[in-house]
Structure formats: structure tokens, C-alpha cells
Design a binder for this molecule. Structure first.
Ligand SMILES: [Zn+2]
Length: 306
């Protein structure tokens, strides 16, 4: 099923990474700058992430002896240092997820660069090192993002959905390892309901969400794939959902042959097997397009509408 399977370490059948994007209330200020302070229920729902869910999640990881990746908007690190400490105390990885969850593809290139570097400084301040990895807020990777990641020395990106296994992104000046996921492994479609954000969908039960996650995991295990959950503490870290995820982790352990890793570890494994010649990844040259396609007529490129 996978044309060019990657050899995972120690003969593992698949690689698994639970990644949490701890957006907290950054997304509320971004969407409702002038009124966010007055939306107290929404603030409480989002603050549940750093204050209740993150301690719960790291506790579970400790029980299973797992080290994982957290993508933290830098503003959230400044606001919720205790959650950052809890993540760092157990050796989890902190990845770059914007400053205030701003959307790169709604900004000019220079503004993107400015926000990227502002966040790098904050991460460096907290962790003592530059981040190795990046995930664009709301997957809003722009046609300039790869250039900026290469320029800033990032090792990997985890924003795209172009394969079942890692691949390389090349801009002509350098490469970044792409560690792809998919909406099927995102908790937002299952659980996000909020009047303040305009999501009034009927939510799934934990069992329904886990059924999909587990189907994706079983396929990754069978065919040698990469399984990356894109979850949010304020959604998946709630009581019933997290209890169901603990059972999913037990299912994964029960099957065996699973490499639980941080994205940094997966990315450095990719670099290693490429360097020693044991695996040749496919490479995407970006950007796919630098302006609107000509077949529909000449128009000025625009930023994605907010
Ligand atoms: Zn996010």
C-alpha cells in the first residue's frame, strides 16, 4: 500500500506521535480582539487546556513512559508558564506554533518572518534551545513558509497532509522534513463546539472519535505508516475523552512494534536513514504555485481571506 516504506527504528511497524497544540485562549484574542476579555465562558473553556488538561496529559505520558511533542504558541508560554514547566520537566519537546496563533497565509512575507522569529526567541528563553519543529497555526502554511523555515534552520514541519510517511520539502536552498498528518487525526472535527467561534456542530462521543483514530492507527501499523495525532488539550484533555485515549494507548501497546516518539526524534531518524543511504524519501519542491494559475486569467495574488 505504501510505495516506498521507511525503515522505522528497531524494526518497528509504525511510528506514533501524540502532538498537542496548546492554543489556550490565543485563538479567542485572535478572532475577537476587542471583546475576548468579556467572553469569560470561552476563556474558561480554553484555559482548561493549560490549567487542567496539560498536567493530566503529562501524568499519563509518565505512566506509559512516553516522551511527546507539544506545539505551544509563544504567547501561551508567556501566559501559562506552569504548563510549560510541566511539559519541560518530563523532557517533552516544545515545537513552534506561532506567537498568538496568527495565520501565516494571511500575512505578507516580512510579517510572517517577524512573528516567526519573535516566537523562536520566547521558546529559546524557556527551553534554552531553538525549536527544531514547526506547525503552522490552523495548518495555514503559506507559499513563503518553507523559505522562512529553511532560512531559520528548522529541521522539520508538521503542518501538511501530503503522504502517509515522512517526505522532504525542498525550496532550492535547503530541505525540511515534512511529518504529515490528516484531519482524520485532528480532534477539532469531533469535539469543537463553541458559539464564540461559530462551531455549532453536534459533537462525537469519545468512542466515535477513537474508532477513527484507531482505524488510522491499525492501518499505519499494518502498512508501516506514520500516525500523528493533532490534538488540543482543551478538547481531548477533558475527562471522558482522555479516559478513552488512555485505552487507545493501551491498545497500541498491546499490539506491540510501535515506535512512540517525539517529532524531533522522528525527523532525526529520517535525516539519518537518508544520510546513510538506507532510504530515499520523495521530495516536494515548494511552493507548488507562486501565483494564481493563468488559466483563469491574470489576477493579482491575494492573501487568504481571514
Ligand atoms: Zn493551534
Amino acid at each position: 500500500m505504501i510505495k516506498n516504506p521507511i525503515p522505522w527504528p528497531n524494526g518497528a511497524r509504525c511510528a506514533v506521535a501524540f502532538t498537542f497544540d496548546m492554543d489556550a485562549d490565543s485563538i479567542l484574542h485572535l478572532d475577537h480582539h476587542s471583546s475576548a476579555h468579556n467572553r469569560v465562558m470561552a476563556l474558561s473553556m480554553l484555559r482548561y487546556g493549560p490549567e487542567v488538561a496539560v498536567p493530566r496529559i503529562v501524568e499519563t505520558y509518565k505512566r506509559f513512559d512516553m516522551t511527546q511533542t507539544f506545539f505551544l504558541p509563544a504567547w501561551c508560554m508567556e501566559r501559562y508558564p506552569a504548563a510549560v514547566e510541566a511539559v519541560l520537566r518530563d523532557g517533552h519537546e516544545v515545537g513552534h506554533h506561532g506567537y498568538l496563533h496568527e495565520h501565516p497565509n494571511e500575512m505578507e512575507r516580512d510579517a510572517q518572518r517577524e512573528w516567526l522569529h519573535r516566537s523562536i526567541e520566547v521558546i529559546e528563553h524557556f527551553t534554552g534551545a531553538r525549536p527544531k519543529g514547526y506547525r503552522a497555526p490552523s495548518y495555514n502554511f503559506s507559499s513563503h513558509t518553507l523559505d522562512l523555515l529553511v532560512e531559520a534552520g528548522f529541521d522539520y514541519d508538521a503542518s501538511l497532509m501530503g503522504d502517509d510517511i515522512p517526505y522532504l520539502l525542498d525550496n532550492g536552498a535547503g530541505t525540511v522534513v515534512e511529518l504529515p498528518s490528516h484531519y482524520a487525526l485532528d480532534d477539532w472535527p469531533h469535539f469543537m463546539t463553541s458559539r464564540d467561534f461559530g462551531y455549532m456542530t453536534s459533537m462525537k462521543t469519545p468512542a466515535q472519535a477513537v474508532e477513527l483514530y484507531q482505524a488510522e492507527f491499525d492501518a499505519a501499523w499494518e502498512f508501516g505508516g506514520l500516525w500523528i495525532a493533532v490534538w488540543h488539550p482543551f478538547l481531548t484533555g477533558r475527562l471522558a475523552r482522555w479516559a478513552a485515549i488512555v485505552k487507545l494507548i493501551e491498545h497500541m501497546h498491546g499490539k506491540g512494534g510501535v515506535w512512540f516518539a517525539t517529532l524531533e526524534q522522528i525527523s532525526s531518524h529520517v535525516r539519518k536513514v537518508v544520510a546513510d543511504g538506507t532510504w530515499q524519501p520523495r521530495t516536494d519542491r515548494l511552493p507548488y504555485y507562486d501565483k494564481p494559475i493563468p488559466e483563469l486569467g491574470e489576477v493579482e495574488p491575494t492573501l487568504v481571506a481571514p
